[in-house]
Write a protein that binds this ligand. Sequence first.
Ligand code: GUN
Length: 279
Amino acid sequence: MTKIIDGKQISSQIKEELRDRVSALRSRGVEITLAVIIVGEDPASKVYVNNKKKACEFIGIRSLSYELPETTTEEELLQLIQDLNGRTDVNGILVQLPVPKHIDEQKIIHAIDPKKDVDGFHTQNVGSLCVGQKGFVSCTPAGIIQLLRRSDISIAGKECVVIGRSNIVGKPMALLMLQENATVTVCHSRTENLKEVCKRADILIVAIGKPRMITAEYVKEGAVVIDVGIHRDENNKLCGDVNYEDVAPHCSAITPVPGGVGPMTIAMLMNNCVSSVEA
Ligand code: GUN
């Protein structure tokens, strides 16, 4: 029987736990504030930002919303970040990505005070993760570790294959799995014999950004498959990077799309916000 990993349920449980932590903090007079910045009109980004604000409300975190026009200059955005860095009442700063093309994304990420970088994108936080020190961890990979742990899937000693090497998902995912004592392989667009490499995986984490690309041919019998992708197919139906119908019967456990990895990202963002004041 294939176990379907319920990210909605697990993320709800995490958010309930966070609500309790926030309420305990509040009784000690500690408030948490997250500043959320969005530049431009990208519809998907707007949905994500709204969901982040709603999660803040549910957990008891104050959110400050900065909805800036597409024409905002890099200097203006940097100035806003500097102001927020200097505010003692702001604990977390999040700039929704992507930013418009005339703004240098790396410059923006590195302008955020690493202690307020609840996305975990600043090189100081990435470096801390790399050497196993405390710091903010990128939310989607951190959420995947929670999905595995809370589904009683052991990681230590397992063959883990990560497909995708982005700074936000693939690379931090590989570092986290290594920290959990997995044997880790990172695959990407230039990997030769991708199917053969993936077939070695006890835990296959897919973040390639190609709808339904991973079929049963890539998956070892009994593997755990984690699908990070989210797309709309030709019938406007949501799907992942994994061909779910084809792959699921061969897995011991699999995340669905929607309702798998997606809801975990926001839960872990909230976790980072709470951690920012508990340290
Ligand atoms: N765009 C896509 N995913 C993310 C994320 O996790 N954080 C931010 N800031 N932007 C994103």
